[in-house]
Design a protein around this ligand. Structure first.
Ligand code: ADP
Ligand code: MG
Length: 210
């Protein structure tokens, strides 16, 4: 898949890393700088994708196997790309997406131990080379992230996973960031919200020439 114009930003990282918190500030700041911004959150963002999201997060679906989970995530992603992301990029807009394909490498490839090759083969089928221009990886210790989400209400089907699962997720994210330094920027998410925002802003300034 070729994108014409536009600029595609993805936000990645573990639970409680502050992605959603910074997402809002990013959108606001880019808009103030004259960009037309389209927001998305994965899994979700289209009628079909939101229905798939329900299946994925439902703790009653404990029997969902890892491969089925991977395919459902990419099914939701396929709809989002076709209906939202590609049209926005074609129009020259900035897309800010809370999680994208790197999350499948981290969660299904690493966390669920399907491996990178399995994820890559589905990614190729669905995305045909489409990648974000910039990926912000919000990184911090698993324990700190869990402390932050502890007060967030009932845990979903991912949030009930073990500490080791989330350690594998974090390690996979960091390995991908190290392997693709041109696209990834690692944000130290352990800092307070204002300090994290300063890091994010300087990455955005550089990436978008603002
Ligand atoms: N830098 C920060 N320091 C302390 N708490 C934070 C910070 N960023 C976010 N939080 C809080 O941590 C929780 C998780 O943040 P959230 O943005 O929902 O993370 P994510 O979307 O990555 O799971 C929220 O209660 C949020 O208010
Ligand atoms: Mg979030």
């Amino acid at each position: 898949m070729r994108k014409e114009k536009g600029y595609f930003i993805s936000l990645e990282g573990g639970e409680g890393a502050g992605k959603s918190t910074q997402h809002g500030r990013i959108v606001e700041w880019l808009t103030a700088h004259g960009k037309t911004v389209v927001e998305a959150r994965e899994p979700g963002g289209t009628v079909v994708s939101e229905q798939v999201r329900q299946v994925l997060l439902d703790t009653r679906n404990a029997g969902l196997n890892a491969t089925a989970e991977l395919l459902l995530l990419f099914a939701a992603r396929s709809q989002l790309v076709q209906e939202v992301i590609l049209p926005a990029l074609t129009d020259g807009k900035v897309v800010v997406c809370d999680r994208f394909a790197d999350a499948s490498y981290a969660y299904q490839g690493g966390g669920r131990q399907l491996g990178a090759e399995a994820v890559a083969s589905v990614e190729q089928l669905v995305l045909k080379g489409l990648q974000p221009d910039l990926t912000l990886l919000f990184d911090m210790s698993v324990k700190q992230g869990m402390t932050r989400v502890a007060g967030r209400g009932e845990a979903d089907r991912f949030e009930v996973e073990s500490l080791m699962f989330f350690e594998r997720v974090r390690r996979t994210y960091l390995e991908r960031a190290a392997a693709q330094p041109q696209r990834f920027r690692i944000i130290d998410a352990s800092q307070n919200q204002e300090q994290v925002w300063q890091q994010v802003k300087s990455v955005l300034r550089a990436g978008l020439d603002l």
